[in-house]
Every structure is written in C-alpha cells, then in structure tokens.
Design a protein around this ligand. Structure first.
Ligand SMILES: Cc1cc2nc3c(=O)[nH]c(=O)nc-3n(C[C@H](O)[C@H](O)[C@H](O)COP(=O)(O)OP(=O)(O)OC[C@H]3O[C@@H](n4cnc5c(N)ncnc54)[C@H](O)[C@@H]3O)c2cc1C
Length: 248
C-alpha cells in the first residue's frame, strides 16, 4: 500500500490497559486490502482523536510499540493527568472508535548492521526500546534491553519483555522505588538509578546505545555514557518532549 500523506481515518480494533497509566491501542487503517505500510523499529505515527464536542484533538506523536506486522499498528499512551490528548485517549478511546493517523515516520530507528545494541527505556520511553528489542531478537542480534521505572505499579509489557529475554536479548528491569511487596530477582533485577558505575559494569563497550525517557533521566544517561567512554557516534536518543537539549 502507498504511504499516505497527512491524516487518514483508522479504527481502534483492540484496547489493552497495560497498567493504571498506560493504554495500548491496536489500530487498523480502513482500506480495501486492509494492509498497512511497513515501518522501522523506533518510528512513530501522529494521532488525532475525536473529542466529546465533535472536534478533532490536537495532533500528538506516539511511537509504534511493536514491530511492523502488516496487520495493525500498536501505540501505547501514558495518561498525563494534566495532558489534553493522552488523558482523553486513556479515559475515552475505546475499541471500535475511529481516530486519525499519519503514516509512520521518524529518524530514531535501529540502525542496520550487526553491532550489539543497548536499549535503555525510562518510564513510557520504553516504547521505542521495546520495538527495537523485538527487531533485534528477530535479527538474532545481540542486545541488552534495560527498563527503568519506579516499581510494579508502573510496570508495562512484562510478558513481552520476559518472552524477549533469551539467547540474543538480555533484559534488566531496574526499579528506582520498589514497593515493599516487590521482590528482587522476581519482579525486578536491580534497584536504584542507572549510574555510570552500573553502566560501566553491565553494558558492552562496543555497542550502539539507544535511549528514551523523561528529560532528567535522559540528561543523566547521556552524561553517564560519555563519561564511560561512548562517543556521540554510538549514542542515539529520542525526545518525547520538544525543545529540550539534553546535551546541555
Ligand atoms: C517522537 C515522539 C514519540 C512519542 N511517543 C510516545 C509514546 O510512545 N507514548 C506516550 O505516552 N507519549 C509519547 N510521546 C509524547 C506524546 O506525543 C505527548 O506529548 C504526550 O502524550 C502528552 O500529550 P498531552 O496532549 O496529553 O499533553 P499536553 O496537553 O500536550 O501537555 C504536555 C505536558 O504538560 C503537562 N501539563 C499540561 N498542562 C499542565 C498544567 N496545567 N499543569 C501541569 N502540567 C501540565 C502534561 O502533564 C504533559 O506532561 C511521544 C512524543 C514524541 C515527540
């Protein structure tokens, strides 16, 4: 199918609440063949949703949170308490609803090759990292997926991450604030922040590193990586918040 320009109508065919804050929408474009353009791991679509008053929401970008499959697009939206669009999506968008989407785009993608990759996601920044890890697994490419989040209350995609963990993909779940009921070794692998010492001990130095997450997390990751010897050539990241330069 031709990659369309601008927005077109698409149908939400499935809705999955990953936790109390993140909802995944499985989306199909309603064309005759029912086909979707392929996309690269890390790319996003822009979305507009019909609001209660009949108008369309502002456009927001959401990373495709599973690999290209020709059948549906999946996005995973974190509900922001004060957010205009994400809150509406979480609270109101249901299976069967029509929304408006662009074709996939974006330059933050897993580069081709066979270099090992380190994929670090903080909070909802896990979405591109998860898709890249799925692609790495499919390509039998050595990769390390590191997911940093507060605790089990915020955990998403656990089954998918567990399934990925194996011969090619190593996974590490890091809780910054484990609950009293959280058990290390079962619910999570590491406690605390991803320090440069931890990264130095645990990630491959010849890897390409990709990361995404909240701004303070990204600033820390960038500095940590530089300090343990990575150069800009081997570091890629995606900002969910526009207009911030994490290098400063
Ligand atoms: C390339 C790209 C990919 C992305 N992928 C994802 C993804 O996979 N999943 C995802 O969930 N998001 C993703 N985002 C972010 C997403 O596009 C939206 O920015 C996000 O959902 C917030 O949109 P919103 O309309 O709900 O919030 P907005 O209304 O735009 O508000 C933005 C932020 O300001 C805060 N805010 C707004 N008003 C107030 C107020 N009065 N007081 C205090 N705080 C306030 C909100 O809490 C929110 O955090 C991505 C962004 C980009 C650029």
């Amino acid at each position: 199918m031709e990659r369309w320009k601008g927005f077109r109508e698409a149908k939400v065919v499935k809705r999955v609440e990953e936790n109390k804050y993140i909802v995944s929408l499985y989306i199909k474009v309603m064309d005759e063949e029912g086909e979707l353009p392929d996309y690269l791991p890390g790319q996003f679509i822009a979305v507009k949703v019909p609001m209660d008053d009949g108008t369309l929401s502002k456009s927001r970008q959401y990373t495709l949170s599973s690999i290209s499959n020709g059948e549906y697009y999946r996005i995973s939206v974190k509900r922001e308490e004060e957010g205009q669009v994400s809150k509406f999506v979480f609270d109101h968008v249901k299976e069967g609803n029509t929304i408006h989407i662009t074709a996939p785009a974006g330059k933050f993608v897993l580069k081709e090759g066979n270099k090992p990759v380190v994929l670090i996601g903080g909070g909802i920044g896990i979405t591109p990292m998860l898709t890249m890890a799925m692609a790495a697994e499919k390509e039998k490419r050595s990769s390390h997926l590191i997911y940093s989040l507060p605790n089990t209350e915020f955990m998403a995609f656990r089954d998918e991450i567990n399934k990925l963990s194996g011969a090619h993909v190593n996974t590490t779940i890091v809780y910054t604030r484990p609950l009293e009921t959280d058990v290390m070794g079962k619910d999570y692998d590491e406690k605390g922040r991803l320090t440069k010492e931890w990264l130095e001990r645990n990630i491959q130095k010849d890897a390409e590193v990709y990361f995404c997450g909240p701004v303070p997390f990204m600033k820390a990751m960038y500095q940590n990586l530089l300090q343990i010897g990575f150069s800009d050539d081997n570091i890629s990241f995606e900002m969910f918040v526009p207009g911030v330069d994490i290098r400063k």
